[in-house]
Each structure stands twice: as structure tokens, then as C-alpha cells.
Design a protein around this ligand. Sequence first.
Ligand SMILES: [Zn+2]
Length: 258
Amino acid sequence: MKNCTLCQERIADKLNSHIIPKFMCKRLFENSNPRHSIQLSKDGKQFKLQDVPKENNIFCKQCENRFEKLETYFSRVLIEINSLQNAVRKYEIELTDNQDVLSCNDITPSLFHLFFYSLLWRASISKHILFDTFKIGTEVQEELRIFLNENLFDTQKDLLLNAKTITKIPIYHTCFIKPKNNTRGIFSAYNFAPNAYAIYTVDYALFFYTKEDDCMPAHKLYGNISNEIIKVVLANDENWKVLNNSVVKNMLDYQTPR
Ligand SMILES: [Zn+2]
């Protein structure tokens, strides 16, 4: 058996590792009819998954547990953000250029980056067919691995304590977007332009840029970088549609490097 992809020290003995946490894509598997489609981008192929994508023997049990501690924490944070009423009570909504942005001043920025990068990194190292169209360059991928490996812990207490002391976060533009209203979204993950990456999980859209010059201006304006207060964009129906269309257009025009 090969070694764990995260720690690279222990045997990758864990079965059924989630690439994207269950709580982030569970709406895909609710018994609605028809179910959300899973979009395999590029050739426009779509299919329906029966379950959240899982993979065997990529992590050791200890590293899987470390991811779980981070996810348990963020499942609570995102439940709050999902309920706009709770979010408004807890966070400040700022209007920037006609766009509502949630200013999440009680989320430790380094913790948010751990979570965001853990999603991107796992999507990138995954061999699951869903993530075929999503590959971060090896150098950045390794930088994220080291950041995750050094800062994920076996207990939530240690995770939170350590997060307060992190001073070196890999610096990349990211943007976290939540549609204000429930959408009939898609699940997909792809490189949509040079140095530009997107993951749609039905409830959220995540953007990641490995070069500042390639970051869409709106994502630079509303997004996150480094140790600042975390922002979550609340897209209204119209913005969400424009966003989806522009990303899909870019993606169709762009050939993923192999
Ligand atoms: Zn491991």
C-alpha cells in the first residue's frame, strides 16, 4: 500500500475518504426529482452520482481524522452562513459596488484558509473522475500540502489554538460565493482559465487563483487574501446567473493543461 498523500509518512489505510465534505454537497443527494446534475465540464457530459465522491487509500486514518476536525468546525460555521437570518445577526453585511458581502469578523482567517485550501488540495490530488478537470500545478499543490500537514491537528482544541498562531499563510486570491437564494446548482470542479480554478458545490462557488494577474477583478475586490477579515459574497439571482455563465464560458474556451 502506498503512503498517505498528506503526511507522506504513514500507510494510506483509510477507505472512503471524502474529497469534498459531505455537508457541502448533501443537497446533491436529497430525494428531489430530478436530482442536481453533476457536470463533468468540457464536453458537457453530465451524470448523476448516487453518493458523495469517495476514494480509498489516499490518506492514513490519522490524517483523515485531522480533516474531520476541521470540517466539523466549518460545518457549524457554514450552517450559520446558510441561514441568512442567523448570518445577518452575527455578521455585518457590507454593500460594495452594489454587491452584498458578509464580513465574517469572528472567523480566524488562517482557519478559513486551512478549510478553503483543504478543499482545493484534495480536489487536486484526487483521482476521482469528477476531479479530472481540476489540477493545481505541482509546486502550489505541494505548498498547500505542507501548510495543511503542519497545521491540522488530531483534536479541535489543538486545531483552534494553533490557528491563532499561524503567521505564514500561502498567499493566493480566493473568493467564496454563496447564492442568496437556493439554486438548482451544479457540482463541478475545473481549471477555467490560466492559473484560475473553480469548484461549485451546489450551495457555494469557490474560486482560487495562483497568479494575481489572472484573478478576475470582482474576485479580487470581494475575495480573500492572507490574514484579513474573511468575506463571503452573497450573490443575488442575477449575479449568480452572470457568474455561472461567465465561468462556464471561460471554461469551455480553456484547455486544461495536462
Ligand atoms: Zn497521513
